[in-house]
Design a binder for this molecule. Structure first.
Ligand SMILES: *[C@@H]1O[C@H](CO)[C@@H](O)[C@H](O)[C@H]1NC(C)=O
Ligand SMILES: *[C@@H]1O[C@H](CO)[C@@H](O)[C@H](O)[C@H]1NC(C)=O
Ligand SMILES: *[C@@H]1O[C@H](CO)[C@@H](O)[C@H](O)[C@H]1NC(C)=O
Ligand SMILES: *[C@@H]1O[C@H](CO)[C@@H](O)[C@H](O)[C@H]1NC(C)=O
Ligand SMILES: CC(=O)N[C@H]1CO[C@H](CO)[C@@H](O)[C@@H]1O
Length: 372
């Protein structure tokens, strides 16, 4: 339990530092542990950048994948760098109703590590048809966003802050439905802890981080070693991993689109900076657990689990006895749902890591019926 307590206080402190509005300008601080506990609850992001509508070159920051909806860039300064976060902002489908009020329902879709905004293509259609305005960012270091590589400190808090600032710049400050998959699901948990007051609903789809892999015995691997692995990624290695982990051993031609979308970035014009960033992202998810804080989540929450998923960070370089303990989503879903205060669990016994890709119809039926 000592480890758990230490990890928990570490993340409270990290959260405080990132959220403190005075930390950048004030050298002395009178912050006490009392204010520390309220800091994350009152965290706000002010509009802090500008939106560019393009047009942009086909190869945008190292990805030339054609997105299903227009791409915009959120330009802002973070960690002293001028950065661009690519995103899609898709309006709700017009209804036959004559009322033309400003849409009050916004959904924010957060992609996973081996995914990009476009992998939400069917979910964007389902949500806009249900009246949602849908915002779909590519995180910094990913896809069509800037690749600051080794010049950026990647953290879940930083990604949540970047994303929250994007929404603030779009004047979206309340009633947000946050939906995240895989690493984006882990980010959704962090986002929900930091910005609860802006959230209407929180949905995590086969999130990673339902367990603390390092506490279960996964050895630490250096960022340099992660970088070498990232640089060695090919169509074959990505497909092999996804087939075994995401799709229960099966393969469909449509899955190739998502593999090639990644291969294009791994071999693209920002290949080295991309791998540097991805190596840090592996380090980030391994060293920044959210599992100890699920009990602190206050929004209404949906946890969607494809039970056949076996994703676990570090499993590939762990000894067999450790490997055997990791990635049992059929157990982890129920465990975590019991800890989150207001959680509905939906399990798909036959699906893997990406239910929204493997069986979009069943996934969207579950999501939309929970959203109501
Ligand atoms: C908030 O969003 C929900 C759907 O998530 C919608 O039903 C509701 O009308 C919205 N409320 C306000 C006050 O905008
Ligand atoms: C989403 O993208 C995949 C891969 O390109 C494609 O197979 C599928 O038809 C798309 N779905 C929709 C509804 O556009
Ligand atoms: C995108 O890059 C790939 C190489 O990764 C290339 O084969 C393809 O022609 C490019 N497409 C566009 C539209 O530039
Ligand atoms: C869960 O959240 C909803 C919406 O905020 C609320 O109506 C409901 O009472 C909550 N349920 C529990 C058990 O807290
Ligand atoms: C960091 C980086 O390469 N950013 C580029 C992302 O794409 C925009 C649009 O082409 C460029 O202006 C940035 O320089």
């Amino acid at each position: 339990m000592k480890l758990l307590t230490t990890a928990h206080s570490f993340f409270l402190i990290t959260s405080l530092l990132l959220n403190s509005p005075v930390s950048a300008t004030k050298k002395t601080t009178t912050t006490t542990s009392t204010t520390a506990t309220t800091a994350s609850a009152t965290a706000t992001a002010s509009p802090s950048g500008t939106i560019s509508n393009g047009p942009f070159p086909a190869d945008l920051n190292g990805s030339n994948f054609t997105y299903p909806f227009p791409v915009k860039l959120y330009k802002f300064v973070s960690q002293g760098l001028n950065l661009e976060m690519a995103f899609m902002d898709v309006p709700p489908k017009p209804t036959t109703s004559t009322t033309t009020t400003t849409p009050a329902k916004t959904a924010l879709l957060l992609h996973g590590k081996n995914f990009c905004g476009p992998t939400w293509n069917t979910t964007i259609l389902a949500l806009t048809a249900a009246g949602y305005r849908v915002i779909v960012p590519d995180q910094i270091g990913f896809c069509k966003s800037s690749k600051p590589g080794s010049h950026y400190q990647f953290s879940l808090q930083q990604m949540a802050l970047n994303t929250h600032s994007l929404l603030a710049t779009l004047s979206i400050t309340s009633n947000v439905t946050v939906i995240g998959h895989s690493m984006g699901g882990m980010l959704t948990a962090r986002y929900g802890l930091m910005y609860a007051s802006s959230i209407a609903n929180l949905a995590m789809v086969n999130p990673i981080g339902l367990e603390d892999w390092k506490a279960l015995g996964v050895p630490y691997l250096s960022i340099d070693a992660n970088f070498a692995t990232e640089r060695a990624s090919t169509y074959g290695s990505i497909r092999g991993y996804e087939q075994a982990t995401y799709y229960v051993g099966t393969w469909a031609p449509a899955y190739d689109v998502w593999v090639n979308m990644l291969v294009n970035i791994y071999q693209g014009s920002k290949a080295v900076a991309y791998a540097e960033g991805q190596a840090r992202v592996v380090d980030m998810v391994l060293t920044q657990p959210v599992v100890y804080e699920f009990g602190l989540l206050t929004p209404r929450t949906l946890l969607v689990i494809g039970d056949k998923d076996n994703t676990a960070i570090g499993k590939a370089w762990s000894p067999p006895d450790v490997q055997a303990k990791l990635g049992h989503y059929d157990v982890l879903g129920k465990q975590v749902a019991a800890v989150i205060p207001n959680c509905t669990l939906v399990e798909f016994a036959d699906l893997g890591h990406a239910p929204q890709i493997q069986d979009p119809d069943r996934f969207h039926e579950a999501l939309l019926s929970w959203l109501g």
